[in-house]
Design a protein around this ligand. Structure first.
Ligand code: C5P
Length: 239
């Protein structure tokens, strides 16, 4: 794997809320990561201006807003995300087949075969346990639900999923090679685990079949974030 191919796999989790931090991180890291993940916190605070600032600095964006609503609302919200020119956007597979299929049809109608944002589905959040599922009336093991929802997302035309590193091989088997898998919970050997539990190194996650890795604090909390990103790139190249 080339350095550029390894770099493109890294999605930096931009977990900040100040607009000045967006510019700071985007200009520093754009040459060293493949994408910047904007989540609900930053998007609620700064909106599309955060997306544009990253793009101005030469970075690509994963808009991690995990839409879950009636089909029409999710389709229209996802379309607006795609119109911002982001590379990845996501929704909750628990919203169901119609919600996902309507969203994909809406994007295909707008972009007509031209390059568009790829849509990812969240299956079961990694913060959920069997107990969390039982509370809401789901009596199946987490792993069964993950595979079931990933398969449903694929059937609806969704491009891939967000999944924990442990789930990657299961999803690869069920959904095939061209289904995108993005995984957080990745920790290089040099970094602290923080609150992440079932972690893998970047190289392990790539070997397991992940296409993209979401990595935040191992880069943002490093004394030299650029050096940390470069070390991660080397680790991925070694995979
Ligand atoms: O700092 P860290 O590398 O743990 O950041 C990981 C990012 O991925 C955070 O933005 C976190 O919210 C997100 N995430 C996660 N685990 C999930 C889903 C998303 O850590 N299952």
């Amino acid at each position: 794997m080339t350095r550029d191919q390894a770099r493109e796999k890294i999605i930096f989790a931009l977990d900040v809320n100040e607009f000045s931090d967006v510019e700071k991180w985007a200009s520093l890291l754009a040459p060293h990561v493949g994408m910047f993940k904007i989540g609900k916190q930053l998007y609620t605070a700064c909106g599309p201006a955060a997306v544009r600032m990253i793009q101005k600095c030469g970075g690509e964006v994963f808009l991690d807003l995990k839409f879950h609503d009636i089909p029409n609302t999710v389709a229209m919200a996802t379309l607006e995300g795609a119109r911002l020119g982001v590379k990845l956007v996501n929704l909750h597979a628990l919203g169901g087949y119609e919600m996902m299929a309507r969203t994909m049809e809406t994007l295909d109608k707008e972009f007509k075969g031209e390059e568009r944002a790829k849509v990812l589905a969240v299956t079961i959040l990694t913060s959920s346990t069997e107990e969390t599922l039982r509370e809401v009336g789901i009596e199946h093991p987490v792993r069964d639900m993950v595979v079931r929802l990933a398969t449903l997302a694929k059937k609806a035309g969704v491009d891939g999923v967000v999944a924990s590193p442990q789930e990657v091989p299961l999803i690869r088997d069920a959904c095939g090679e061209d289904f995108l898998i993005v995984t957080p919970g990745v920790r290089p050997a040099f970094a602290e685990a923080n609150d992440q539990k079932r972690i893998m190194t970047p190289a392990e996650a790539v070997r397991a079949g992940a296409d993209y890795l979401v990595i935040g604090r191992p880069i943002s909390a490093a004394s030299d974030p650029v050096e940390a990103a470069e070390k991660i790139i080397e680790g991925i190249m070694g995979a």
